[in-house]
Design a protein around this ligand. Structure first.
Ligand SMILES: Nc1ncnc2c1ncn2[C@@H]1O[C@H](COP(=O)(O)OP(=O)(O)OP(=O)(O)O)[C@@H](O)[C@H]1O
Length: 224
């Protein structure tokens, strides 16, 4: 369960999130809103990448202000551009990176890498240079690197923006198959149409918080 109590974020005295209070317990949560409305800032709060100027953010037993490091293991984050996430030059090294930090035994690391690469059809690319993967494969590698850490929640910040239709559909399927709770920021309204709950952001506030069948048409109206 994610809980925000009176959360405000300010940059240089400019308020970009304004007194947000809510609880999130659904398995699939979509976030939409105009550019600059505060969506990325909101999701960054949930894994401690952004600290609230005031208010409290809790994820399960973690207080985001105090437990940032532990929270980042509990809440994985897939960035919009996988080039910002892929650190190592070879696919298997990139996935192993986080697992080594967990100090897992080598055979357990190998097992998890095998499993996640097979899951995303990347087994043949295990020793391949990461930067030579296609855009969609890179996005799947970025997802793999997060998934292999076995977080309880995964946040996707505009995961399909850079992808062609085939890779967009692959990523949509990959997300749909996840056991984790997923929170997806997206301008791709079809991606979140089947979700349990959608938050519509407007100028740092939540203008609508409802099932997609209500929230998405409301957002379309707001954007006219
Ligand atoms: N680190 C920062 N320092 C200063 N201002 C920031 C910072 N991060 C975000 N902002 C500002 O906060 C506001 C909200 O940004 P945010 O990235 O959360 O919006 P968004 O809804 O995700 O937008 P987009 O759809 O364009 O990605 C913007 O005006 C942005 O310029």
């Amino acid at each position: 369960m994610i809980t925000l109590e009176n959360v405000t974020v300010e940059f240089d005295q400019r308020r970009v999130l304004d007194d947000i209070s809510l609880s999130l317990s659904e398995k699939r949560i979509g976030i939409v809103g105009a550019n600059g409305s505060g969506k990325s800032t909101f999701v960054r709060l949930l894994n401690g990448l952004q600290v609230a100027s005031s208010g409290i953010v809790r994820v399960d037993d973690f207080d985001a202000a105090k437990d940032g490091r532990k929270l980042r293991r509990h809440v994985g984050f897939v960035f919009q551009n996988p080039d910002n996430q892929i650190v190592y030059p070879v696919v298997e090294e990139d996935i192993a990176f986080g697992l080594k930090a967990l100090k897992l035994p080598k055979d357990e690391i190998d097992r998890r890498i095998d499993e996640v690469l097979a899951r995303y059809g990347l087994s043949e690319f295990r020793n391949h240079p990461s930067h030579l993967l296609s855009g969609g494969q890179k996005q799947l590698l970025a997802i793999s690197g997060v998934l292999v850490m076995a977080p309880r929640y995964i946040i996707f910040d505009e995961p399909t923006t850079l992808l062609d239709l085939r890779n967009r559909n692959r990523v949509e399927r990959a997300i749909a198959e996840l056991d984790q709770t997923v929170i997806t920021v997206s301008h791709d309204l079809d991606l979140i149409a089947g979700y349990d709950r959608v938050l519509v952001f407007e100028n740092g506030s939540i203008a609508c918080d409802d099932v997609p069948a209500i929230a998405i048409p409301r957002y379309r109206e707001m954007m006219v």
